[in-house]
Design a protein around this ligand. Structure first.
Ligand SMILES: [Zn+2]
Length: 464
């Protein structure tokens, strides 16, 4: 378990030990009361503002959420890749329970049922949909865990107050795994080859039509568009790999903040705080150009305050199980903030100050070494490597060789003064000698000298 650090934003605002000592439930009740107070009177008060409370103690709420994520983790789902059948075999027994309403709202092109699961009786409806891109499953895993938590029927549970507050304040409508045909092959598009998130205007796919019909019937106040993004994305130009990216999408090309988008920005700010407490420097803001074919943007246009959450990747989290748990924590925190109204006191700057996502990085840059082909003099070149699986960082392939001083990468390996000897598997041979091809397996011995028998320092890319 990594050491938990408070975000830069959190630490920039005051915090009292008394408030930190409060349980999350008490705290969020206080937030709720305080939100009403700040709406009524804007003058300075000896009571900390809601913003200060949120800033102070968002990490406490996240701590509760992470404990819940561990306690209620769906044990049948342990990796990123699972089918519709596996998912619903795990989830259906959990949600066949008095507190849930399960409804088939359509079928995929190949006939797989699309279902909503509804929880709660509150005034504000919240619609969450996951995995409209079939290979983006992090949030689907987290939703399975949340269903187990909502289903808990133990006589006395320490989360009862939190659960009751959310279920009384909100009507949560979940539509998990919107693209089951894509999930079956772990591909982005549906069976027709259509990117469902570019089908919000045309509605040519049954999956897009199902989502639009649910929105039109439920008229949700809030929406959560749950995705995974390219792992080769960094926080700003010079930052580390992005673990999370957030967006309150524009409702039209002007990108102005009308009431609907402004409310979404407060939700995004609340999420930035929650994720940021656990992932300092690893939360980014997604590009906010208007896309008239995308669901997030059109949901905003249709009047649902919508936030995009993108899971990126984390070092040492090859199956995104840590990101899954962080989703449970952040979603519970934001549900509570929506149920109590505390989100209204969030500071838009918590979202606006996030650096933009920056894509296009290589996975690994090997810099400073000399490359030695058999029988040839060494050459002073850098190598860029991309992994076949950029999340798990397995299956490295040579992407570029040469002067790569301006290439940005998720990781950099400095082999200054050392010699890179490609393994036989990295080379092809023609009549005149060995050739290192772009796309070849990136398997190298790093040695002290140019001779193949010189001392070995380490290997790169060898099978474990
Ligand atoms: Zn996506």
């Amino acid at each position: 378990m990594p050491v938990r650090l408070r975000s830069r934003l959190a630490s920039s605002l005051p915090c009292t030990h008394v408030l930190r000592a409060l349980g999350a439930a008490t705290l969020l009740a206080l937030l709720s009361a305080c939100a009403g107070r700040t709406a009524a009177t804007s003058s300075a008060s000896p009571v900390p503002s809601t913003a200060e409370l949120l800033a102070c103690c968002g990490d406490d709420a996240m701590g509760v959420g992470l404990r819940i994520a561990a306690d209620y983790r769906e044990p049948a789902i342990t990796t990123r890749r699972f089918t519709h059948e596996q998912y619903w075999n795990a989830v259906l027994p959990v949600v066949t329970h008095a507190g849930f309403r399960v409804e088939e709202v359509g079928r995929s092109l190949h006939g797989r049922p699309l279902r909503t699961i509804t929880i709660g009786t509150g005034r504000d409806t919240v619609l969450l949909w996951s995995q409209m891109h079939g290979d983006e499953s992090t949030a689907s895993m987290a939703l399975a865990d949340l269903f187990r938590w909502f289903a808990n029927t133990r006589a006395e549970d320490r989360d009862d107050a939190l659960r009751a507050r959310i279920m009384q304040g909100l009507t949560l409508v979940f539509l998990p795994m919107l693209n089951p045909d894509g999930a079956e092959r772990f591909q982005r598009e549906n069976a027709l080859g259509v990117d469902i998130n570019r089908d919000a205007r045309n509605l040519a796919t049954p999956e897009a039509r199902a989502l639009k019909a649910v929105r039109d019937r439920q008229r949700p106040a809030f929406g959560f568009n749950l995705h995974d993004q390219n792992a080769r994305t960094r926080v700003g130009r010079d930052g580390v790999q992005a673990a999370i990216a957030l967006l309150a999408p524009p409702h039209d090309a002007s990108r102005e903040y009308n009431a609907v988008r402004s409310r979404a920005r407060l939700v995004a700010a609340t999420l930035a705080m929650s994720f940021g407490t656990e992932l300092p420097q690893r939360v980014a803001k997604y590009d906010d150009g208007f896309n008239p074919r995308a669901f997030g943007d059109l949901m905003q246009q249709w009047g649902t305050s919508t936030v995009l959450i993108e899971s990126g990747a984390l070092p040492g989290d090859p199956e995104k199980q840590r990101l899954r748990a962080l989703h449970v924590g952040a979603l519970l925190s934001v549900f509570d903030a929506l149920a109590t109204g505390a989100y209204r006191a969030a500071d838009p700057a918590w979202y606006e100050s996030l650096p933009f996502n920056t894509g296009g990085a290589s996975d690994l840059l090997i810099t400073g070494g000399q490359l030695v082909l058999p029988g040839q003099a060494p050459a002073r070149v850098d190598l860029a490597v991309n992994f076949d699986d950029a999340v798990a960082r397995t299956g490295g392939r040579v992407r570029e060789v040469g002067d790569l001083a301006d290439v940005v990468a998720i990781d950099t390996l400095d082999v200054r003064g050392l010699f890179l000897h490609p393994a036989a598997s990295a080379l092809v041979r023609d009549a005149a000698g060995a050739v290192l091809r772009i796309g070849a397996p990136a398997v190298f011995d790093v040695r002290r000298g140019a001779q193949p028998e010189s001392p070995l320092v380490r290997t790169i890319g060898a099978a474990p």
